[in-house]
Design a protein around this ligand. Structure first.
Ligand code: MD6
Ligand code: FE
Length: 228
């Protein structure tokens, strides 16, 4: 029932705009230092998707292999000075896309601006990311519980933007034993993540079959980090 789903989805997102700041200030605290800013990126969402298409025309989406040899169900690419990649050598950041042999596509200025504004809104002023991981989920794609720990410093937050089909996000604690909270992430939502929960485990449950007018059955996620 994709049409009904879309209607429900659009209704849920209606009224999120504030005339002045483009954001309703609906905010969900996941833990100290981690918050969902509902609809924060909604005014820019269509432009973000256009940029993702341009980025992936230059550095295509690919299914990386984990260091353990498993093909990841989420397809990835990057923009910015550094890109997150994976292989038998482990997880690392590179300046060059190993697939093309060229530098990763430049980070569009509007990406930098959005990431900095979202971080500041969540209490982390002065955020200047040097890496933007672009994730593409198709129905069934998931991200198992993990920590983001390949960045040189844990003093900077992470800013994560959701686009397209909604997903169920799981947020746990510092150890794998903490039972996770579950929260839906919709088109235009931004998660900002830093301070005491920067190293908390988190993941995305398998994407459900659904349709979004801008992305079809796909979900995109932009994850901004300061890697160095
Ligand atoms: C995703 N996000 O939303 C995957 N990591 O598709 C993440 O792994 C993530 O949303 C760190 C901080 C925020 C996130
Ligand atoms: Fe992560």
């Amino acid at each position: 029932m994709p049409d009904l789903f879309l209607l429900v989805f659009l209704t849920m997102n209606a009224g999120l705009f504030d005339e002045h700041i483009g954001w309703s200030e609906e905010r969900i605290e996941l833990a100290e230092g981690a918050a969902v800013l509902r609809g924060f990126a909604l005014p820019l969402a269509a432009e973000l998707v256009t940029h993702i298409e341009a980025i992936s025309a230059q550095s295509p989406f690919r299914h990386l292999m984990t260091p353990g040899g498993q093909r990841m169900s989420v397809a990835m690419t990057n923009c910015g000075g550094l890109g997150w990649t994976s292989g038998t050598g482990g997880y690392r950041y590179t300046t060059v896309d190993p697939l093309t042999g060229q530098p990763w596509p430049a980070m569009p200025p509007m990406f930098l601006d959005l990431a900095a504004r979202a971080a500041a809104a969540a209490g982390f002023p002065g955020f200047v990311p040097d890496a933007c991981l672009v994730n593409r989920y198709e129905p069934g794609s998931r991200l198992t519980m993990h920590q983001d720990r390949n960045e040189r410093s844990d003093q900077q937050p992470i800013v994560s933007v959701s686009l397209g089909v909604p997903a169920r996000f799981r947020f746990g604690g510092q150890g794998r034993d903490v039972p996770p909270k579950e929260v839906p992430l919709f088109h235009g939502d931004v998660v900002v993540w830093g301070g005491p929960s920067r190293m908390n485990y988190h993941g995305i449950l398998p994407l459900k079959e659904a349709s979004h007018p801008l992305t079809g059955n796909l979900r995109y996620n932009l994850t901004f980090r300061t890697a160095r």
